[in-house]
Design a protein around this ligand. Structure first.
Ligand SMILES: [Zn+2]
Length: 111
């Protein structure tokens, strides 16, 4: 008898390839994609790269450097920088495998 999957199990299946496995999301590292969104500004998919007292922000789609913000997240400067990055014209550069790239235990077919 075929057992129907619950909605939650279908989500687990889509994310990990296994309806009973918990997805494990990466939270840091240079290959982790962050989505910048807020207000009426365009969204941007980016990666963060620590560089001394600044964090360099690259477009996750085309890898171009879009800007940087202070590593201590100083609020005024950070908001100004993030706004400029969102307005940089890369809102069409959503990575093709988003959001699966941020899930470390997704089935790859190689297991
Ligand atoms: Zn781009």
């Amino acid at each position: 008898m075929q057992e129907a999957l619950t909605a939650e199990q279908k989500i687990r299946l889509a994310l990990t390839g296994d309806p009973y496995r918990d997805p494990h999301f990466k939270s840091e590292g240079e290959d982790v994609v962050h989505v910048l969104s807020g207000g009426s500004l365009p969204r941007a998919w980016v990666t963060y790269h620590h560089d001394g007292e600044r964090i360099t922000v690259r477009c996750a789609g085309c890898k171009q450097v879009l800007g940087s913000f202070p590593a201590d997240y100083e609020p005024v400067e950070t908001v100004r920088c993030i706004t400029a990055i969102q307005l940089a014209g890369h809102e069409g550069h959503m990575p093709a495998d988003w959001p699966f790239m941020n899930i470390t235990n997704r089935r790859t077919g190689l297991e």
